[in-house]
Design a protein around this ligand. Structure first.
Ligand code: ADP
Ligand code: MG
Length: 351
């Protein structure tokens, strides 16, 4: 069997079955946004790692090196946010050809350090190697309180499903970006991206492109939600709403119903998606790299959301059901809508 038939998540499942935990201190291993390890004194250590590979995750003619660095660290911060934790230290992994311009690497680290500054994270090491293409990885460590950490596995039937922010922006932004930058030779600068996107589309398109290039992790929201003991389960949307909701459902052994008309979208998204055949719904349902938080809330804790400063940013989009492993999308009249694609799968398999 090849990886295409197995799928990315099939592979991770296979690795998970092969690996045995040899420590009673592991609170969450493979299968959540971060590994969660119990430290002495009852504090939890959170660890997450992410990898960005040239021509797979980024193209030098689509993105500028500062945004690449920002994204490399921001997506790991997003995993810490999804557990309700606080990031602290990171290590950076870098591989590139010997011909790489040093100024590109300076910009890459300037991007990572800008995000590190925003979230008070310190670079404490890494590793460097020669490679035929550029590869940037981060390993981020953080902490959380044992009674506050939120896993993917706590959703129960009847819990309401919420997301932060808006959906589809980053995936739509990638499509706009790839069309606008086709033919450009990298590395490009932000000015060039801006000029091309605005001249081909509109200034509004730049907002979507920016969501793709430099996502904002919802660290404060994750921290506030977890601190208030509100979510029963939480994940960040990296693979796509349906795929990530499916991860919550699998880990929690429940199903879910999503109301298509309740999905939140941004003004620029609506303005540009009006011309798409499906009005942009496939971007909202299956678009990856949103880095919004997707979480479930028991009915009796819903009112607590109002007490959080960022309440306007939380949108109710559906409900957890007892149909184990089934994620259904309903339109305004309650009819089930079928979608060919759940989200992003690295090996193009069934996911
Ligand atoms: P995320 O999108 O939140 O970064 P992933 O989909 O990459 O999560 O991974 C899901 C889970 O599988 C995580 O717990 C991650 O640590 C684990 N995982 C991913 N790839 C591997 C691997 N090659 N070996 C072991 N565990 C892995
Ligand atoms: Mg995640």
């Amino acid at each position: 069997m090849d990886l295409k038939a197995l799928s990315e998540f099939g592979l991770i499942d296979r690795i998970r079955k092969q690996a045995r935990s040899r420590s009673p201190r592991v609170r969450a291993g493979i299968g959540d946004d971060c590994a969660v390890i119990l430290n002495a004194g009852g504090e939890l250590k959170l660890i997450t790692t992410d990898l960005l590979i040239q021509d797979v995750h980024f193209r030098l003619n689509f993105c500028h090196p500062v945004s690449l660095g920002k994204k490399a660290l921001a997506i790991s911060v997003s995993d810490i946010a999804a557990m309700g934790g606080q990031p602290e230290f990171y290590l950076a992994l870098l591989a590139c050809p010997a011909s790489t311009d040093v100024s590109l690497l300076d910009s890459l680290y300037a991007g990572m350090e800008a995000v590190a500054e925003d979230y008070d994270i310190t670079l404490v090491g890494g590793d460097t190697s020669k490679a035929p293409i550029i590869l940037v990885g981060t390993l981020l460590m953080g902490r959380a309180k044992e009674d506050k950490v939120v896993y993917r596995c706590g959703a129960k039937q009847g819990d309401r499903i919420y997301v932060t922010g808006t959906l589809g922006d980053a995936a739509f932004g990638l499509e706009l970006l790839s069309k606008a930058m086709a033919g450009a030779s990298g590395p490009v600068c932000w000015k060039e991206i801006k000029e091309r996107v605005v001249s081909i589309y509109s200034p509004a398109a730049l907002d979507l492109v920016n969501r793709q290039l430099a996502p904002t992790p919802r660290l404060k929201e994750g921290h506030d939600l977890a601190g208030g003991g509100i979510p029963s389960a939480m994940i960040d949307i990296s693979d796509g709403l349906l795929a990530d909701l499916n991860h919550i459902c699998e880990e929690s052994k429940v199903g879910a119903r999503i109301d298509l008309s309740a999905l939140p979208s941004s003004d620029p998204f609506r303005a540009l998606a009006a011309a798409l055949p499906d009005g942009g719904s496939s971007f909202m349902l299956a678009g990856g790299e949103e880095y919004e938080l997707l979480f479930t809330v028991p009915e009796e804790r819903e009112a607590l959301l109002q007490g959080l400063g960022s309440a306007g940013e939380f949108h109710k989009i559906g409900e957890i059901t007892d149909q184990v492993g089934r994620v259904r999308v309903l339109d305004q009249s309650g009819e089930e809508v079928k979608f060919a694609k759940m989200g992003y799968d690295h090996f193009g398999g069934k996911g």
